[in-house]
Design a protein around this ligand. Sequence first.
Ligand code: ADP
Ligand code: MG
Length: 538
Amino acid sequence: IGLSEKLNFQTETQKILHIVAESLYTEKEVFIRELISNSSDAMEKVRHAQLTKPELIEEGSIPFEIKISTDDDKKTLIIQDSGIGMTKEEMIKNLGNIGYSGSSEFLKKLGESQDKSSIIGQFGVGFYSCFMFTPNLLPLVQRVIFGESDGSGSYTISEADNVSRGTKIIIHLKPNSYEYSKKSTVENIIKKYSSFVGFPILLNGTAVNTIRPLWTLNKNAITEEDHKQFFQYLSKSYDTPSYHIHFSTDTPLSIRSIFYVPSQHMEKYGMGKMEPGVSLFSRKVLIQQKAKGILPDWLRFIRGVVDSEDIPLNVSREHLQDNGLIQRISSVLVKRILKNLSEEAKKDPAKYNNFIKEFGGFFKEGIITDFKWKDDISKLLRFETSDKADEICSLEEYVSRMKPNQDHIFFVSVPNRTVGQLSPYYEPFKLKGIEVLFLYNQVDEFVLSQLGYFGDKKIVSVESKEAEEFLLSNQEKKDQTLSQADIDKFLSWVQEVAGEKVSTAKATTREISSPAIVIDHESATFRRMYKMLEPGKA
Ligand code: ADP
Ligand code: MG
């Protein structure tokens, strides 16, 4: 390579540079991620060559490292790698042609059987993220294997000093981007996007990426302590995760993921709504931190990482929201998470019960807000019942204990167990030995009515018409103690006194010790809710 050769971008490239700069990358800082990814790819290619064409690789061991240095005085940022490098021709081809990706050419040449996931680049646009500092393009002076662009649509390639193999990129920052010559700024960006790149990244001599990407490792190679540390790194907490879900699949989509359930959450203290806690990666490089849409809102307490090669690196925040691929990935993941939690519940019910006591509210929210998953979620819920104090059970267990003549799942909404046991609505069930769910949370009744059914069993309140019908049809005939005339007289009196508050007053043979009860389509909780909505009654 001749020293300092000035070359021009093709005219189309110049125009497209602006479009790329403006639209492709919503965050300016990703240019550092892109350059690191390119360096990583270049070293990955050396590794590959060492295996396939050892004669082409020089003797001696040059360490695989990405060296980054900042110089606040000179306002420069330097990125150097010991990768495969580029010849002059390759450089012109790679940099002068937007959308041309030497890496994707490289992948095409690899056999089907070879693992391609270690190469990050594929679109041939990453390099251009450096030019985001428009209208003045970021000047690049690249020695050895890269060129300089002075903003006039040209770039220079020249030979670098002290580079034995690889590429060195010297970026002379424009005043509007001086921040990238500060060590702390660059360090944060590297940690944010490139913490899991497979080669050491040294910033001014110190390694920055020291955490292993657990989701890419073999399950057996990860200890509980590794999980704990990784979870703490992800959640920025000192909490211990109660569960972890390590899940990979190749069909129909390629997904590597790891999820953690914390042992507690802060929303219960009125700390406000939690942010989503799962970040989206592609080939170990961050695409979006705490991505919305990768998991539904009601799973926001989960922390973790989702890595999919199928997601383009340059997908933007806006695109992510209505990206069909993300929705498909999300569906696969939610199914998996719910299935896993069901399994955990079977493995260790006591541990699971603690978990659901802490996080049950999120699942209830899911039933109310996410129609698609309500049946799956319902299997995870636990309730106390009339028959067992201080114990919670699943709807499945409840159903398995139902009496042969029982066709519904019954619940009563009460403030606590004592009130439940004394409830006149519960009394006839108690007499018949029928188990009833005791709901202590105002929202529970709403959740169960939203659910409607568990399998083929309708879920109804003990105050409902269905409950009344059930009781009457399962009752031994008894002799009436009052004459019909007395009953009629009494009922018309009730009707008169109650006025518009009741539609009809009826006699019943319900076995009950209370003299009268109110039966409604809606239960007491709903009546209270409606009452609150009436003007002037709040
Ligand atoms: P992509 O990485 O998606 O292929 P880029 O625009 O980031 O696209 O880079 C274009 C091409 O330039 C790469 O495919 C690679 O062949 C070459 N390249 C970029 N950076 C380096 C580097 N540090 N070392 C060697 N080759 C590089
Ligand atoms: Mg790239």
